[in-house]
Each structure stands twice: as structure tokens, then as C-alpha cells.
Design a protein around this ligand. Structure first.
Ligand code: GTP
Ligand code: MG
Length: 189
């Protein structure tokens, strides 16, 4: 798919504050700081999404309209250590409400840090995806931080860990070198 146009269409801070569904809808989920907004910018080839080296940057559900037709949705990250109890509650309410109110959601791109194995928070997200029967693919981010050998090892280890979760497709990517970005885009739309 060629991305001809991208615009930030809607920013939702409250549950229910979403636009009417359009064509396909693909949401990007993952732990805080894993690189969701950075990956979206690499896909868009534009710095539209705000990114930061400190976790907890994206606090809202951001709908990007692609080719005047499809939504790519940047979700706030989970499992950010400094988040207060209240923030975690707010985040959970926003995400569960989002999943529940978008029955047409086509796909979740679950971002996982290529350097670490599945974390407790990732398992919680996997349980939600399973509970809501949402199809997903896994993206291993920051692949540029690993050597070729290390990356192969981690891909195999994720393959094993994700086996019980339906053996999703796994894409190692780097927003820095653009490795894996076009392979991922090919399956998205
Ligand atoms: N080396 C490298 N750094 C990356 C890559 N992708 C993201 N980063 C860095 O990781 C940090 C977090 O990136 P974000 O895109 O803001 O992360 P996020 O998942 O949107 O975080 P939240 O909005 O807090 O949920 C930034 O410092 C990015 O520059 C990558 O492919 N390679
Ligand atoms: Mg973000």
C-alpha cells in the first residue's frame, strides 16, 4: 500500500470520544516507550506523532486518517513505571472502552521491545486481545540495537513465547534504519 496522505483526524482523551468508523482500522499497542509513535512516523515518513525518550508521552487515543479512508490509531502505552494508580486506571478505562467500542477493529499491531522477552504487561495485553478476539501481528522494535545474531535469537525466542497466543506474524523493525517497515506496511492494508 502506498501512503498518499496522512492527517491527525481526532485526539480522544475520554472514553467514547471517537470518530465514526471509516475503512480499515489498525491500532498500535505496546508498552510505554516501546516506539509506537516513532514507528508511525516512520510509516508516515512525517513527524506527526509526538515521541519522547521518557515514557508516558502519548496519553490520548490518536486517530490518523490514511488516504482519506483508513484509520491508524496510536494508543497510549502501558506499564510505565512512574504512572500513578489513578493514571493506570484512566489508561485501562480508555483502552478497554476503545476495544469495546470498535467492533470493526481489523488488526492490532502489538509492539514488543526486541531486546527483552515478554513482560507481565505484554501478557495482560495478549489476554485482552484474546478476550476481544482481535487479530494481531507482533512487531519487535529497535532492531538496530541488536546484532544480526542477537536479533535472530530474539525472533526465535518470541516465536516460541507467542506460539500459545496463536503464532502471530512477527516483524523485526527499526524506525532508525527502516528495516522491516515496508514488509510490515505490505500486510497492513
Ligand atoms: N534506536 C532506536 N530507537 C527507537 C526506535 N523506535 C523508537 N525509538 C526511541 O524510543 C523512545 C520512545 O519512542 P516513542 O515512539 O515515543 O514510544 P511510544 O511507544 O510512543 O511511548 P508512549 O507514547 O509513552 O507510549 C524514543 O526515544 C525513540 O527515539 C528504533 O527503531 N530504534
Ligand atoms: Mg507514543
Amino acid at each position: 500500500m502506498l501512503i498518499k496522505s496522512v492527517e491527525l483526524y481526532k485526539t480522544a482523551f475520554k472514553p467514547g470520544d471517537y470518530p465514526e468508523p471509516k475503512g480499515r482500522e489498525i491500532a498500535f499497542a505496546g508498552r510505554s516507550n516501546v516506539g509506537k509513535s516513532t514507528l508511525l512516523n516512520a510509516i508516515f515518513r512525517r513527524r506527526l506523532a509526538h515521541t519522547s525518550s521518557t515514557p508516558g508521552k502519548t496519553r490520548s487515543v490518536n486517530f490518523y486518517l490514511i488516504n482519506s479512508k483508513h484509520f491508524f490509531v496510536d494508543l497510549p502505552g502501558y506499564g510505565y513505571a512512574k504512572a500513578s494508580h489513578q493514571e493506570i486506571k484512566r489508561w485501562q478505562a480508555l483502552i478497554t472502552d476503545y476495544f469495546e467500542s470498535r467492533p470493526h477493529l481489523n488488526l492490532v499491531v502489538l509492539l514488543l521491545d526486541s531486546r527483552h522477552n515478554l513482560q507481565k504487561k505484554d501478557l495482560e495485553m495478549l489476554q485482552w486481545l484474546q478476550y476481544y478476539s482481535i487479530p494481531f501481528v507482533a512487531v519487535l522494535t529497535k532492531a538496530d540495537k541488536l546484532s544480526g545474531n542477537q536479533l535472530t535469537k530474539m525472533v526465535n525466542s518470541f516465536k516460541e513465547e507467542l506460539g500459545p497466543w496463536g503464532s502471530p506474524l512477527i516483524f523485526p523493525v527499526s524506525a532508525k534504519t527502516r528495516k522491516g517497515i515496508s514488509e510490515l506496511l505490505n500486510i497492513l492494508l
